[in-house]
Design a protein around this ligand. Structure first.
Ligand code: XMP
Length: 509
């Protein structure tokens, strides 16, 4: 391995938090890579790691079908931290005993530090940690000391300082372990004695080099939606291979007000070939008479692929770039086998493709790392901090059949809502207007009106899997409502959505 930074190797034994561990290490300014737990000791040695972390995993180490390792791993000469299953694997391999818990621990558990193990230097003697285990280390391997316990787990942490072996039963990488970052930091800086020589600049340098090596002098085609991921992907590709990149922006006509032009303005004039395909009327035609939400989504998804294929057919022999980020990979079950929801951009190239390969520069990053990268690459803050926008766009916010008139009403109402929130310096995780398919009677001046009801939504969430509705101040809602009914022709009533997820979803369709 061409080593430019000190590196911690995260050995994967099937834990769902492996990327999170690797990311925490990077947050602490140490470069990290994830490798399979089955890697040979020779290969591992060749990488010259400066520290090793063993991940958790769903197995019972004393079962034959569990992933095992060899004693030599623990003689490799660099400090090792075992987490959860990684701790049990360490104990089992070195002659300790792992047995089923009498009381399994799941959730946040009070944890007590027992001695002055370097991992707990500066840590409060009692802290809460996230536990999730049905086995525990019942007997320590020779040379180890117990470092922490909980009410139901006598060995919440153990270590052998002489051999540089450390292990914790809990998950220091998750937020629910208070002081988890301090514990990881102690491992990196007090135990491994690392310098902390990694930053996002290193990521850029490394990735630029990797992209150049992968692509050579071929061209690359990227489907640009204007969202954070594809925009940052475009920016790093442009840096790596200027003049070899074509970005295809399929405008399906269901973007928010001015959005298509803003995306064009952000990317036009750079050293990339920007192609905007105005396919709005084509999409509208396909959607004529369709009001079922799933059908609408399906039609848009299929039409999108068709337009993209037509436009990219000129680029046979090129690479296809995608802004896939790590949570997409996890949700699509590529790491664990459990599909949460399928993402169209995960899972490799289709078989009958004209492209020669996939370029995915952001595949190991989390959303906030992608944003940080975008800023570093000089992208406009507006693009980088853009709230999520669903692939089918306003189609899932325009209830019932989609028509150009309804989309226009929605676009105007949504624009006013966003403008007023911005003026009031209110920035929720996601906020938008919805055009319901319902019309109600109203009165304006002396006349009767019969126009659409606009719904407003604003949510607070960190993972978008659950959310609470935001308590937008009444004065702001007042202003939005009054502007919408006065300024938007076709809208005569405004309601605010006060439902969380679950039971609702964030989008209305
Ligand atoms: P729901 O409505 O399922 O949305 O609570 C959760 C988050 O996902 C976004 N969303 C989508 N994003 N393609 C996307 O790229 C889609 O088809 C899609 N549908 C929902 C939604 O905006 C929210 O942030």
């Amino acid at each position: 391995m061409n080593k430019t930074n000190q590196t911690v190797v995260v050995l994967d034994f099937g834990g769902q938090y492996k990327e999170l561990i690797a990311r925490r290490v990077r947050e602490l300014h140490v470069h990290s890579v994830i490798l399979p737990g089955s890697i040979s000791i020779e290969e591992l040695r060749d990488m010259r790691p400066d520290g090793i972390i063993l991940t958790g995993g769903p197995h019972s180490v004393y079962r034959e079908d569990a992933p095992h390792t060899v004693k030599e791993l623990f003689e490799i000469g660099v400090p090792i931290l075992g987490i959860c299953y990684g701790m049990q694997l360490m104990a089992y391999t070195l002659g300790g005993k792992v047995t089923p818990c009498e009381v399994s621990e799941y959730g946040t558990i009070e944890t007590f530090v027992d001695d002055d193990c370097p991992l707990f230097c500066g840590i409060e003697r009692e802290f809460s940690s996230l536990m999730s285990h049905t086995d525990f280390v019942g007997e320590l391997p020779k040379g180890f000391k117990r470092a922490a316990h909980t009410a139901d787990c006598p060995t919440a942490a153990m270590y052998d300082e002489e051999r540089g072996l450390y292990a914790v039963q809990f998950h220091p990488e998750v937020e629910r372990t208070k002081q988890g970052m301090d514990i990881l930091s102690n491992f990196l800086y007090k135990v491994c004695k690392l310098k902390g020589d990694y930053s996002i600049d290193d990521f850029i340098e490394r990735e630029v080099k990797r992209i150049r090596e992968q692509v050579g002098d071929r061209s690359v085609v990227l489907g640009l939606s204007g969202g954070v991921d594809s925009s940052v992907c475009a920016a790093i590709l442009e840096k790596a291979i200027p003049n070899q990149l074509t970005c295809i922006f399929v405008d399906h006509g269901m973007m928010r007000k001015n959005e298509g032009d803003e995306i064009e303005a952000a990317f036009k004039g750079k050293s990339l070939n920007f192609v905007r395909v105005d396919a709005g009327s084509r999409f509208l035609k396909k959607l004529e008479g369709v009001s079922d939400p799933e059908k609408k989504r399906k039609i848009i998804g299929e039409e999108f692929v068709r337009v993209f294929e037509e436009e990219s057919s000129r680029f046979g022999g090129s690479f296809l770039a995608q802004g896939t980020i790590y949570p997409d990979v996890v949700e699509s079950g590529l790491t664990t086998g459990a599909v949460i929801k399928s993402h169209h951009n995960v899972g490799g190239l289709p078989k009958d493709t004209r492209f020669v390969g996939l370029v995915e520069p952001l595949r190991s990053l989390f959303k906030d790392e992608v944003r940080a990268l975008g800023r570093k690459l000089g992208l406009d803050e507006k693009l980088v901090s853009r709230q999520p926008f669903p692939g089918p766009g306003l189609a899932v916010r325009c209830i019932g059949e989609i028509t150009k008139d309804k989309l226009d009403i929605l676009r105007e109402a949504d624009f006013i809502y966003r403008e007023e929130l911005e003026k009031a310096h209110l920035r929720y995780d996601q906020f938008f207007a919805v055009l319901t398919n319902m019309r109600t009677v109203g009165v304006m001046g002396d006349g009767r009106t019969y126009n659409y009801v606009v719904g407003l939504r604003a949510v607070i969430t960190s993972d978008f899997m659950t959310c609470e509705y935001a308590h937008v101040p009444y004065e702001v809602l007042d202003r939005v409502s009054s502007r919408i009914v006065n300024e938007v022709k076709g809208a005569s009533r405004v309601v605010y959505d006060i439902t969380g997820k679950p039971p609702a979803t964030i989008e209305w369709e």
